[in-house]
Design a protein around this ligand. Structure first.
Ligand SMILES: [Mg+2]
Length: 280
């Protein structure tokens, strides 16, 4: 059981409370930082609307991309790619599969993400599809477009991931590996650019779909302000070549708040987040 250990002085700074002495520390409500994001995804029609909107835009952009042979969504696409067969590249977690059910468990336990509970969740292969994702990928296949999934799920979780994708209704090509997991090859690290480059060597990448800056770009493990500048630099790609789904649960945006240092204790990470409220 963890409880937030927020320094009273920090909370006062965040809340712009006058520093009166002796001031009682504000009562901390016992909550969990994933409560709202999880409820939003699981109960709000607004979330469903955003997801369906994203995949409807993706479907429209697919047609434009098919017609224009110079079109590519991947920064890694080089050389003479105009005659290559078309493909789309999608992330998996919070892009095509909804893992909010995992959060429900984590919240109930008052814990944070960890490998054993996550692996158990993935092995169960019961994550539902994000609204609109199955319809989009099936449409792409009908239009002769290959559908690749580039995920930072571990290679040892690929069989369970394939099972989940198939059960949820996603098309998987039985002839080639279209589920590219982290560590499947030694050079396939959490930076997805190597895997995008491999797909781009054989296919013209029409669209990238993801929930994280890393699903589109390399070099995203930098402080929040630099990340915002990166996203702004490629502003023209959002909603045209890059389709982004909302993920307020977690992601590299969150890792950036504590310097991407996952060796830090859970309580320290929570403190860094409160510090970010005052700093960013
Ligand atoms: Mg994801």
């Amino acid at each position: 059981m963890r409880s937030p250990t927020v320094p009273a002085t920090l909370l006062l700074a965040v809340l712009h409370c006058p520093a009166q002495a002796p001031a009682p520390a504000p009562a901390c409500r016992q909550s969990h930082e994933k409560l709202h994001s999880t409820l939003w995804v699981r109960t709000a029609p607004e979330y469903r609307g955003v997801a369906e909107q994203s995949y409807r835009i993706a479907t429209e952009r697919l047609e434009a991309a098919l017609k224009n042979r110079k079109w590519t969504a991947a920064l890694e696409q080089q050389g003479r790619y105009e005659r290559l067969p078309p493909a789309v590249v999608l992330d998996i977690d919070e892009t095509v599969l909804d893992n909010s059910g995992y959060n429900v468990r984590v919240i109930a336990l008052q814990k944070s993400w960890d490998n054993p509970t996550w692996f158990r969740w993935v092995e169960e292969a019961g994550a539902p599809a994000i609204p609109g994702a199955v319809e989009f990928t099936r449409y792409a296949r009908r239009r002769g477009v290959e559908v690749f999934f580039i995920t930072n799920r571990e290679a040892e979780l690929e069989a369970a991931t394939r099972r989940n994708l198939e059960q949820a209704g996603f098309p998987l090509n039985p002839k080639i590996d279209t589920v590219l997991t982290k560590g499947e090859k030694p050079e396939w690290t959490s930076d997805k650019s190597v895997r995008r480059r491999e797909v781009a060597a054989r296919y013209r990448i029409l669209l990238l779909c993801g929930d994280d800056l890393g699903d589109f770009l390399s070099g995203i493990a930098v402080p929040p302000a630099e990340r915002r500048a990166l996203a702004a630099r490629y502003s023209a790609n959002w909603g045209t070549k890059w389709i982004i789904l909302p993920n307020a649960h977690y992601g590299s945006w969150e890792d950036a708040l504590y310097g991407f240092d996952r060796s830090l204790a859970d309580s320290v990470i929570l403190e860094r987040k409160y510090e970010a409220l005052a700093r960013e």
